[in-house]
Each structure stands twice: as structure tokens, then as C-alpha cells.
Design a binder for this molecule. Sequence first.
Ligand code: FES
Length: 164
Amino acid sequence: MKEELQELFKAYPSNKHSLLRILQAVQRQMGYLPEEALREVASFVGVSPAEAYGVATFYNQFRFIPYGRHHVVACLGTACHAMGGQLILDAFERELDIKAGEITADHEWSLDRVGCIGCCTKAPVVVINDVIHAKMTPFKVEEVLAGLGLKRSKKDETRAGETQ
Ligand code: FES
């Protein structure tokens, strides 16, 4: 990673005014800001790692975990929220067993929440791997995830076994 970053740094002056632009470039290249990259950037521009982290967390354009193989974005803008968006996010958190902003241990799934994504008439919506899923319901969450290959959790298998 270090060599990759050194190559990227060549396009920028080594001072603190470059910090934001370099963080953006690193995220463009790597998809997120790994801790090691943040430390390298801080060292290059001459600020502390805490200062670099502080700048990165100030802007919500930065993410600190990688994307999963499947990336789920639940909209909680006004229209989606009014149409039950929080219930949809809750259902994804429950099914994937992660919170918004997290990734599963096997890196298969990541989950985020956003404000309006511009298709309010289809609320509540989620975007999975760049595909919009309209008029979501908690029941549809299970269907969509199953369609993408999410295996049922051990807890659910046990529960299903109890009813047989
Ligand atoms: S509020 Fe969700 S798409 Fe607009």
C-alpha cells in the first residue's frame, strides 16, 4: 500500500493545504480510507494522524470501511422516512446482522444510509449494487437478500426447524 500511496502523492505538494485533495484521491483509488493510508497521508502533508482523521470525519464523503461484495444503501430522506424507511433499514440490519456503516465479517455485505437519492415517488427505496429497489417493505428485504444469495442465519434456521 505504501508504494501505491507514494505514487499517488507525487501529484500533490507536500503541505497541509493538500490534505483534503489527497484524501479524496486516496478514496477514489481505494474505495475508502484505510487507517494505514490516513497515517501515510498525515505524514506526507505534515499533520498528525488525529488531525487528518478529524478532517476526514468532518466530511461525510469519506468512508472508513471497504465496500462489501454487495453494497446496500437505504434511503432515509424525508419521503422514504415518511414511508417507513427506518423499518427497511432495521430489516437490513437485522437480516445482515450489521449496523449502517458496517461490513460483514466475510466482506460479502456492507450497509449504508443516505439522504434523498432522487426517486422519492418510489419511496421507500434502497440501492443494492447500483440497482434501485422501489417501494420496499420489510418482507421484500428478505426476498431481495435471498435473491442475492444471502444465506439464512443460524438463528432463523433454528426457528424454522422448530415450526416443522
Ligand atoms: S427521500 Fe428517498 S428517494 Fe427521495
